[in-house]
Design a protein. Structure first.
Length: 140
């Protein structure tokens, strides 16, 4: 399923107060999320720094990134595998928020609860820009 098709079904699910599970494609959220992992998406309510959101860029492209900074009327977003902050993302561009992460390894699913200590520690680390630089430096 293409991302635009998934976005259509996501909107329909959220209108019916359901969650939506979507596979991940791309590298911008490595090392947390890799191709084939899945995320459970829900309404984008009570957004805060560190939340992972699914949003639509002005050019129509759909992206999954983390909120790096909350401003009065916008958000700054950053993929865990990136160092370029995307600024001035408006609330209207945000389609959903990640509720749960489903890691797929060796055809086995492992659910990552966003309330777990391990995940919260990871999120804390990646709230610092220096961690992004160190991670990318270590990647070569």
């Amino acid at each position: 399923m293409k991302v635009n098709e998934a976005a259509f079904f996501l909107k329909e699910a959220l209108e019916n107060n359901l969650t939506f599970i979507m596979p991940i494609k791309g590298t911008s959220m490595n090392p947390l999320l890799i191709d084939g992992d899945k995320v459970e998406l829900t309404h984008p309510l009570n957004l805060k720094k560190g939340d992972i959101i699914f949003y639509r860029r002005e050019n129509g492209e759909y992206i999954l990134h983390r909120i790096f900074k909350v401003k009065k009327d916008s958000y700054y977003l950053l993929g865990d595998h990136q160092i370029k902050i995307e600024k001035n993302i408006k609330k209207e561009q945000i389609e959903a928020k990640v509720r749960k992460i489903i890691k797929i390894r060796n055809k086995q699913e492992k659910i990552i609860e966003l309330t777990s200590f391990k995940y919260r520690f990871y999120k804390f680390l990646f709230s610092f820009m220096i961690v992004h630089y160190i991670y990318l430096f270590l990647q070569g």
